[in-house]
Ligand binder design. Structure first.
Ligand code: F6R
Length: 611
């Protein structure tokens, strides 16, 4: 969390840094700040509590012109949101630091530095880095050497940007455990937490690796050093998604734009990965086929929405590939004494590829004798992708809205491809494979049809604006979709929502049902439909108001206390993907009615790079 951007150029970098912060705001938005070395080589800083707009306003009054600078948008971990805790942090008047991540040994370092007379002005862990740098830069030969000495003292995760008046045209960047990329310009160079921050100035990037440090200097000079301090060449990659992702276009929010992109990105996730009648196993890499043949179990690990995608995959993989599957949230998995049966494939799911718990789970798994690791991820070059044996990119394009939408449905699409690939090597009936392939090809069109229901769903959302609670019900592979629906409603509208497998209701939660409790259910035409209908009757009998998204052919009609929105018929296996959409739209419209900050809901951040 937190976003970093830094620049060295022959022009004023204030605008570049500010635009970078706006594009990184999804990573944290409780305060923002900027430090530059002005044309006289003096360090100047501006900080503001609140969103980047507050900093922008301040910079209009008190500009920070300079050709070399760093900036930061914060998601508070140590110390409340305040101007004093906002980055950049300084030690004296000559150096400034921005930091993303957590320094675990900051208390011990703080005591050490205080004993030496350093005075702390913030509650952050980052400030120890500033003071350590001040101390080390008096002894080290140059700024990079000083940063290296400081890094040796830090435990935890970080991405850093540093400037010092002593070297007025240099920005140093370093990363361990948090992402940092280098933007390659023409006679100018940049660092940032994510390429999106820099798409206005370049589309060429170097993805720094664990332990790397970089020195950017005048004339666009970029020198990368690996964890041992040796100079290394890192490949320059061209960003392929264009800059459209960074703008909302005609949509009111990024979330709505991203919801409407789903037909296109699901098609992109399928492109080149389906044969005539089966999935192409080699989409997972040249070694995939041999590894998949040996796979006798699958462990899936992820967080949040990505975890819900994993839960759906369990139903699919067990049914179509006949493989036992365990799914677990990464923050629990990584601290368990996991028993790994021989031949187990380890699968991580992540939009960002930088989620600290998921990454730590992968590193933990690498020591546990798994057959291989597969990352299903949306960000090329992310840590998860680089550290996994096999990868499948979800092709959703940058997702800016904090609430995951298109990332989730493309993860599900990718997981269906995994199901088909494993099914194929495990001898899944060829007709079943062909049917699923045909259904997948038709999926983007069906998704587009569901999006046409938007006005109906918007009208339905009025019933929720005054509610304080909601229950979501689903059965089978639609239970995780109910969980995802509840998560979406919670995170963007702040309405308390719970999800249950519909059959579980009578074991307790039914006690919550009364006329004040809206109950939302997803009812595709599958083998559990009759059982679901009985569960819905149980709700109705207790006066609960029902909102059902149902297959057009299931014979569920509107009645007193039951609102029904019909979805087009879909292959039962793909229902989890299709039924996600109305729940996304419902949450979106409820949040808009409630006037919340849809794209940047309170207390959250897009990329959770702290434990
Ligand atoms: C919810 C949401 C989060 C993420 C979770 C994992 O809308 O976006 O729950 O799914 O933080 O993030 P990734 O997928 O980047 O690992």
């Amino acid at each position: 969390m937190c976003g970093i951007v830094g620049a060295v150029a022959e022009r004023n970098v204030q605008g570049i840094l500010l635009e970078g912060l706006k594009r990184l705001e999804y990573r944290g938005y409780d305060s923002a700040g900027m430090a530059v070395l002005d044309l006289q080589g003096h360090l100047q800083r501006g900080r503001a509590l609140g969103k980047v707009a507050a900093l922008e306003e301040r910079l209009t009054r008190e500009p920070l012109p300079g050709r070399c600078g760093i900036a930061h948008t914060r998601w508070a971990t140590h110390g409340r949101p305040s101007e004093q805790n906002a980055h950049p942090h300084q030690s004296g008047e000559r150096l400034a630091v921005v930091h993303n991540g957590i320094i675990e040994n900051h208390e011990a370092l703080r005591r050490e530095l205080e004993a030496e007379g350093y005075v702390f002005t913030s509650e952050t862990d980052t400030e120890v880095i500033a003071h350590l740098l001040e101390r080390e830069s008096r002894q080290a030969g140059d700024l990079l050497a000083a940063v290296r000495r400081v890094l040796d003292r830090l435990d935890g995760a970080y991405a850093l940007g540093v400037i010092h008046a002593e070297e007025p045209d240099v920005v140093i960047g370093a990363r361990k455990g948090s992402p940092l990329i280098v933007g390659v310009g023409i006679d100018e160079a940049f660092v940032a937490s994510d390429p999106l921050a820099l798409l206005q100035v370049t589309d060429r990037f170097i993805y720094l690796q664990e332990g790397d440090a970089v020195r950017l200097s005048a004339g666009g000079r970029i020198e990368v050093f690996d964890a041992t301090g040796l100079p290394v060449e890192r490949e320059i990659q061209v960003f392929e998604h264009g800059d459209g992702a960074a703008s909302k276009g005609d949509y009111r929010h990024f979330m709505l734009k991203e919801i409407h992109e789903q037909p296109m990105v699901i098609a992109a996730a399928l492109e080149g990965r389906l044969g005539e009648r089966s999935a192409l196993v080699e989409s997972f890499g040249p070694e995939a086929e041999a590894l998949f043949r040996q796979a006798s179990q699958v462990h899936i690990v992820a967080c949040g929405t990505s975890y819900h995608a994993g839960m759906v995959a369990r139903y699919w993989l067990e049914r179509y590939a006949g493989i036992p599957v365990q799914v677990e949230v990464a923050s629990e998995y990584r601290y368990r004494q996991v028993v790994v049966p021989e031949g187990t494939l380890f699968v991580t799911l992540s939009q960002s590829g930088e989620t600290a718990d998921t990454l730590a789970a992968l590193r933990f798994a690498r020591e546990r004798g798994y057959l291989a690791s597969l990352a299903i991820c949306n960000v090329p070059g992310s840590s998860l992708v680089r550290e996994s044996d096999l990868t499948l990119m979800t092709q959703a394009g940058p997702e800016i809205g904090v609430a995951s939408t298109k990332a989730f449905t493309t993860q599900l699409t990718a997981l269906m491809l995994l199901t088909l690939a494993l099914g194929r090597v495990k001898g899944l009936d060829e007709r079943v494979q062909a049917d699923l392939v045909t259904a997948l090809r038709g999926l983007p069109g069906l998704v587009a049809r569901v999006l046409e229901l938007d006005p109906e769903i918007e009208a339905l959302s009025m019933a929720f604006a005054e509610k304080h609670h909601a229950l979501f019900l689903g059965r089978g592979a639609l239970f995780p979709i109910a969980l995802e629906g509840a998560l979406k409603l919670k995170e963007i509208s702040y309405i308390h929502a719970e999800a249950y497998p519909a059959g579980e209701l009578k074991h307790g939660p039914l006690a919550l049902v009364d006329s004040e409790m809206p109950v939302i259910s997803v009812a595709p035409n599958d083998e559990l439909l009759d059982k679901l209908k009985s569960n819905l009757q149980e709700v109705r009998a207790r006066g609960g108001e029902l909102f059902v998204f149902a297959d057009e052919g299931v014979g569920l009609e509107e009645a007193d206390g039951i609102r029904v929105i019909h979805l087009p018929h879909v292959h039962e296996a793909l229902a989890p993907i299709l039924y996600t959409l109305p729940l996304q739209l419902l949450s979106y419209h409820v949040a808009v009615l409630k006037g919340t900050d849809v794209d940047q809901p309170r207390n959250l951040a897009k990329s959770v790079t702290v434990e």
